[in-house]
Write a new protein. Structure first.
Length: 82
């Protein structure tokens, strides 16, 4: 895991370093999975939910405006999906 901030990683991804998105997934996988478990109460559904959150976040990354911490943006996306 790198010492870069989430926002620095997002900038790298947005500027062509798509492989760096893996660092975001690694950092937040358990947090998003926990949200899924609390909402869905099923391990398989929580895994699917987690994957869907990261897919949607990646596809909408260009909409992140750097006005709040990236983690807040990602968690909000998870709750909105649930």
């Amino acid at each position: 895991m790198s010492d870069l901030t989430d926002e620095q990683i997002v900038n790298l991804v947005l500027n062509g370093g798509k492989d760096r998105y893996r660092e975001i997934v690694t950092r937040y996988n358990s947090r998003i999975y926990s949200i899924g478990m609390r909402m869905l109460r099923n391990e398989d559904d929580a895994v699917d939910f987690t994957q869907e959150v990261f897919i949607r976040a990646y596809s909408k990354l260009h909409l992140y405006r750097f006005l709040s911490p990236f983690s807040h943006w990602l968690v909000r996306m998870a709750y909105n999906l649930g």
